[in-house]
Design a protein around this ligand. Structure first.
Ligand code: MN
Ligand code: MN
Length: 461
């Protein structure tokens, strides 16, 4: 029997030149997407533009919906729900692919700006699970919005254009770092040391108390028309100022910031763009706040997604009391989030038989969680078999893995939130090296397979 043993091989072996061209082209398009959107707000506005160009309409503009219609709902500019209405009644179930568009980063504090000994700094508060030392001594940019009390919203993006200045968090020179170097790695750089260096020229105003800070405020006022108090109602995010690039002499990989989870956001978006007149209604979720627990009204724990599905049910004329619960119970989902890739340099945290390898296709996690699967949504074997069949029927390379060794750690995704509503869910995404770092690594082969996976799934009958 050819298939008696489940042999695990790199997918590149079966890639001919023609396919390689396609994979590289897709990767280029993905990197373009990454470099144009580094925050959830930017990704959502970039994605909305792509959707509009491809015939998707804001669902609020339509009174009625019919099979084949393509719509989206934008939740406060930070998360998106996308749908292509199916031929079949929604009651029979939806095909959902759910990714998230937020990534670990540093946020500016509400009162960020201060001056100390001739330097102006911005105070930050990190967002999501980061290794703090990784954010020092790299070029950083500021992205986000400042909202004035009159409602005017100022968009900020400093550090990306060639002529823009960048920002940096300094670190101690090794010559004087003896004490720092003896600390535990997690304590080497503290949260309160993640201060962004922002200026050093004093203002001319004689009466100004802190002249360097004053000068920065003057520059911000000239550029954006804001005063210091306006920073109280702002969302300013600090992200790496460098771009995603091809990695390796063989050009097989991608290095870039925010691939968790823009890699699954982009591939699922590309998947749903190919859906025309599906049998089942196809849904794509681009959620926010996953990295800090999915809470809040733009996170997956909110009921805004339910409201969106209820709105679809109303507008196709199918709704009736309690139908929403039934729709969810009949639905299936791929939780499209990244997976920990096996890293030979840090092999001791992985169990090799149950690890996801870069280049072997999409990684499925039957469950996540930590210490005895705590907090995991464990996909039912029946459903895993259904997803395997879909992958095998489409000749898609896949692997089923765990995050790492049993007692080493763990993690979670949005899978459990939809599973709690009654949806059949499994985690299915792209393996990543250096996850949550400013420069995450993925395989171009896996990116392409993720795209094929999400498209095939959204077309399931
Ligand atoms: Mn993620
Ligand atoms: Mn993450």
């Amino acid at each position: 029997m050819d298939n008696l043993v489940n042999e695990k091989k790199t997918g590149w072996e079966k890639v001919d030149n023609e396919l390689k061209e396609k994979i590289y082209k897709f990767a280029d398009e993905y990197m373009y997407f990454l470099n144009n959107g580094k925050t959830e707000r930017e990704i959502v506005s970039e994605t909305t533009e792509i959707l509009e160009k491809n015939g998707f309409v804001n669902v609020e503009k339509l009174e009625e919906l019919k099979a084949g219609d393509k719509v989206y709902y934008c939740n406060r500019g930070k998360s998106l729900y996308i749908a292509v209405i199916g031929e079949e009644k929604m009651e029979k179930g939806l095909n959902i692919v759910g990714a998230h568009v937020d990534s670990p980063r540093l946020d500016l504090k509400p009162n960020p700006l201060y001056e100390e000994n001739g330097f102006a700094y911005f105070k930050t508060h990190y967002y999501g699970g980061i290794k703090k030392y990784q954010w020092t001594t790299i070029p950083l940019s500021i992205h986000g919005v400042i909202v004035k009390t009159n409602g005017e919203k100022v968009k900020v993006n400093i550090g990306e254009a060639e002529e823009d200045p960048v920002f940096v968090i300094t670190d101690l020179l090794p010559h004087l770092a003896q004490e720092q170097m003896e600390k535990k790695l997690k304590d080497g750089v503290s949260g309160e040391a993640l201060n962004l260096l922002a200026g050093s020229i004093p203002a001319n105003e004689k009466d100004a108390k802190e002249k360097v800070k004053y000068n920065i405020l003057k520059l911000l006022n000239e550029k954006y028309g804001i005063v210091e108090a306006d920073l109280l109602s702002a969302e300013l995010e600090i992200v790496p100022a460098f771009n995603a690039k091809t990695l390796g002499l063989d050009r097989s990989m991608i290095a870039g910031y925010g691939q968790d989870d823009k890699i699954c956001s982009y591939t699922s978006l590309r998947g749903i763009l190919n859906i025309e007149h599906p049998k089942k209604t196809a849904i794509c979720i681009l959620s926010d706040k996953e990295e800090i627990g999915s809470m809040g009204n733009t996170g997956m724990e909110s009921h805004v997604f339910d409201t969106f599905i209820a709105e679809l049910l109303d507008k196709v004329g199918e709704n009736r009391p309690n139908l929403l619960d039934r729709v969810f119970c009949n639905s299936r989902m791929l939780s499209a989030d990244v997976d920990a890739g096996y890293d030979p340099i840090y092999s001791s945290v992985s169990e090799v038989n149950n690890s996801a390898f870069l280049g072997r296709g999409v990684g499925l996690n039957k469950y996540t969680g930590a210490r005895g699967k705590a907090g995991a949504s464990d996909a039912n074997a029946e459903y895993v078999a259904e997803v395997r069949k879909m992958l095998e029927d489409n000749n898609i390379a896949y692997q089923v893995s765990e995050l790492g060794k049993v007692d080493v750690g763990g993690g979670g995704t949005i899978a459990y939130i939809l599973a709690n509503k009654g949806v059949d869910v499994i985690d299915c995404g792209v393996p990543v090296l250096s996850m949550h770092s400013p420069y995450e690594v993925t395989s171009k082969f896996d990116v392409y397979e993720a795209y094929r996976t999400y498209e095939a799934f959204l077309k399931l009958q």
